[in-house]
Ligand binder design. Structure first.
Ligand code: HPA
Length: 271
């Protein structure tokens, strides 16, 4: 079972040589620059790993960057794949399971997201405290391999409380505005209609995006600790006149990059 995850993990392990990272960071749309912080980097293109799904989206580089950051070995995923690219949720689950197999215990996930609240402005950051899965898919469907986690995992604390507190303290110390809120995942690739945005707001969402939930659900199931931060790249359709485009997303992600890098770099140092 989970043959694909084991196959991917074996190949990553071989290419990592003597590196033994316990921290992985997934970089979302337009946030790939963070990986430049890593010293002594080893690059592994996703295309070098058989069975590894490669991203087809602009703003996603498609490689692992392994090296040292804040005195810790880290494995950075510079670019991710999405459900809307046609990959089944189980493929995304297999990536996280492979990370678990190579020894990752802490997963840091970032994404670009649209804001449903006027006060959560584009260019700012939002700590993800919980999520709503509106994608229509779950990564945990199919036969269960008990070596990774239970058939019926609870999702009480997907985003590790201690990590949230650490991130909030770091943001405060650095004078960075870090909003907090609920991330709602939709499958995309179309941005939402005004009516859908209103629905998400009624359901309790603070920001909408097209990723992250398959990864964090799987990480929680596998017993990893998770920190999630959204780069707020736009107002959702109809919120403060929002009319999102991918170009706007990439442009504002770049504006979030500096503060996001500060928080994650210091967070890793404190782990
Ligand atoms: N909606 C959904 N996903 C997104 C958005 C949005 O407005 N912005 C960036 N990703």
């Amino acid at each position: 079972m989970s043959k694909r995850a084991h196959h991917i993990a074996n190949q990553i392990q071989t290419k990592l040589c003597s590196h033994q990272p316990q921290i992985a960071i997934i970089l979302g749309s337009g946030l790939g620059e963070f990986a430049n912080q890593i010293s002594d980097p080893t690059y592994i293109n996703y295309s070098e790993i058989k069975d590894f799904p490669t991203s087809t989206v602009a703003g996603h580089q498609g490689r692992f960057v392994c090296g040292e950051l804040s005195g810790k070995q880290v494995l950075c995923l510079q670019g991710r794949v999405h459900l809307y690219e046609g990959y089944p949720a189980s493929y995304i689950a297999d990536i996280i399971k492979a990370l678990k197999l190579v020894g990752i215990t802490t997963l840091i996930v970032t994404n670009a997201a649209g804001s449903l609240k006027t006060e959560i402005t584009p260019g700012s950051l939002m700590l993800i405290t919980d999520h709503i899965n509106m994608s229509g898919f779950t990564p945990l469907i199919g036969a269960n391999d008990e070596t990774f986690g239970p058939r019926f995992p609870n999702m009480n604390n997907v985003y590790t409380k201690k990590y949230q507190d650490m991130a909030k303290d770091i943001a405060k110390k650095n004078n960075i505005t870090l909003h907090q809120g609920i991330y709602c995942m939709l499958s995309g690739p179309a941005f939402e209609t005004p009516a859908e945005v209103r629905m998400c707001g009624i359901l309790g969402a603070d920001a909408n995006g097209m990723s992250t939930v398959p990864e964090t659900m799987t990480a929680c199931y596998c017993g990893m600790n998770v920190l999630g931060i959204s780069a707020i790249t736009n107002y959702c359709t109809g919120v403060s006149g929002g009319s999102p485009t991918h170009a706007e997303t990439l442009e504002n992600a770049a504006k979030c990059s500096h503060n996001l890098t500060t928080i994650i770099t210091q967070f890793i140092g404190e782990l």
